[in-house]
Design a protein around this ligand. Structure first.
Ligand code: ZN
Length: 512
């Protein structure tokens, strides 16, 4: 039986409300086989369990591990040749992505995530070419990387069965293009061979393959409203209800998506999903930037979750989500680093500060994010949007032993006023270089800059070496196609939103 005692200078076990948290000075956690079995002071627990190995020096702050609520890829889009652009144009640039070794690619971002204290990721995979066996093999390579490194993954493969490049049917978009682009565009669409039934089979296959795994959960992902036919929404909603399976869905990331929903259903995207019975605690809306007041009320009333992807919304010019309204309505909101955070890496400590700062609207009311709120979003709230639910996200007896130890000296040296609250100090000042130890399911997976299960240097070298090969024919073709398509996609969206019908884009700035 693997038992350890994790000691701290102080530990934060969870939040009480948006201004307070539970803290134990010189606290410690006793974990057995990956489960927290006792909490208390280090003095008491070490006296009771004198022979149990100790993790931590007593100079660190102990916290529950963080949850990255929305993640897609290893190498970032910029690394793969896609600069930041408005989302709908950026999709076109993503065609240039290399044919990657999915195992090594997944390890790459896992290294960054774990080093910033993340122990669980919501991995939303997609855009894998080929038939069901090929796509499934790719899914398993992604999951194998997380299993090898030791972090938790809530994995889903995003269902897209229509409108794969712009917000209209593939064939209709092909018909708009000049003749010389029609063939290459058709060929690109034909790379993705999963039918809707294949998508549902993929979900069922993975779910049974990983049914007994402690650190792997398989969930559902209708990719976005425009990407899913009514048949897809119906099947996914039924599978979610039948197996009590969480769903993560990009919704209203941009103003153009708001217009798309209106054109499709004469209603908002949230109202459209409501028709399929999809709203509720099992559904997480990724982004949710363009929810209107009525949508927000409906999301709150149904217990639907939101994942706030703050940096991504800035980078792809999507807008600013109404986080302060979400919080005031009591909505469960996770934090997602999405593709690459603000700094083109996966640094949860930095993203928490981004969330803390981005919504500080003028005024003196208590309606802007607090440290405790952001911390709760990054832990307990994020947990509820994954397949692990309330098993993770707080340090309590019976919960999973997922923890991070952050050096207090890095936070407080050379001076920090004693009246600054512990959690305020951590959220505002902790940096990745201060992360000392990360544990998942009671196992130390990162310690003093080293990954205990995987050789980071060797994995990065292998990733680098693999990408030194010359571009394959299909990689070259996709580069050409992407460049040629850009003006046509831009033209498609020109005047897509009718300002007569909708509030102007800038109106949302008054309610961030
Ligand atoms: Zn996303």
């Amino acid at each position: 039986m693997a038992t350890t005692l994790i000691r701290s200078r102080a530990m934060i076990t969870g939040t009480r409300d948006r201004n307070s948290w539970n803290e134990i000075a010189e606290g410690a956690v006793l974990q057995e086989d990956g489960v927290v079995v006792e909490l208390g002071t280090y003095d008491d627990l070490s006296r009771k369990h004198p022979s149990v190995p100790v993790v931590g020096s007593g100079r660190e702050i102990l916290l529950p591990g963080f949850v990255n609520g929305h993640h897609h890829v290893g190498l970032t889009p910029v690394q793969l040749g896609s600069p930041d652009m408005p989302l709908e144009l950026w999709f076109v640039t993503r065609m240039v992505s290399r044919n990657l070794n999915l195992y090594l690619d997944t390890l790459y971002s896992a290294f960054e995530m774990i080093a910033s204290g993340i122990t669980t990721v919501q991995h939303i995979h997609g855009w894998a070419p080929g038939t069901l066996p090929t796509v499934q093999a790719g899914s398993q390579e992604v999951i194998r990387a997380y299993e090898d490194i030791g972090m938790r993954v809530s994995y889903c493969y995003a269902v897209r069965d229509q409108n794969r490049l712009v917000y209209e049917e593939d064939a209709a978009f092909v018909a708009r293009l000049p003749e010389e682009l029609q063939g290459p565009m058709r060929q690109w669409f034909s790379r993705f061979k999963l039918s809707l039934d294949d998508h549902m089979d993929l979900f069922a296959n993975l779910r049974s393959t990983y049914a007994d795994k402690e650190r792997v959960k398989i969930q559902l992902a209708p990719a976005n409203l425009h990407w899913c036919s009514d048949a897809a929404l119906t099947k996914i909603a039924a599978a979610s209800a039948a197996g009590d399976v969480p769903m993560h869905m990009h919704v209203l990331e941009t103003a153009l998506q708001k217009e798309y929903a209106w054109r499709r259903g004469g209603c908002t995207a949230v109202e459209y999903l409501d028709r399929f019975g999809m709203l509720g605690p099992r559904l997480t809306l990724g982004h949710g930037v363009w929810l209107n007041e009525r949508d927000i009320d409906r999301v709150a009333e149904t217990g639907t979750c939101i994942c706030h992807n703050c940096s991504s919304n800035f980078r792809l010019r999507s807008g600013i989500a109404a986080l302060n309204r979400f919080e005031a309505k009591g909505i469960n909101v996770a934090i997602g680093l999405d593709e690459a955070g603000i700094n083109d890496d996966r640094d949860m400590l930095q993203e928490m500060r981004m969330v803390l700062r981005a919504h500080r609207v003028p005024g003196m009311e208590d309606d802007v994010p607090t440290s405790a709120q952001v911390f709760r979003m990054a832990t307990e709230d994020g947990a509820k949007t994954t397949g692990f639910g309330s098993r993770i996200g707080v340090l309590e007896v019976g919960k999973a032993a997922d923890m991070v130890l952050i050096d207090w000296q890095q936070i407080s040296y050379p001076y920090l006023d004693r009246e600054i609250g512990l959690l305020d100090a951590v959220v505002q000042r902790a940096k990745t270089q201060g992360v000392r130890t990360v544990m998942c399911a009671g196992e130390v997976i990162y310690d003093q800059g080293k990954f205990t299960n995987v050789d980071r240097d060797a994995a990065l070298r292998a990733l680098h070496d693999d990408l030194q090969r010359t571009l394959s024919d299909d990689e070259v073709d996709r580069r050409k196609l992407s460049k040629a398509l850009l003006p046509h996609v831009k033209a498609f969206y020109k005047n897509y939103v009718d300002p007569e019908k909708h509030e102007p884009f800038y109106r949302q700035s008054s309610r961030v």
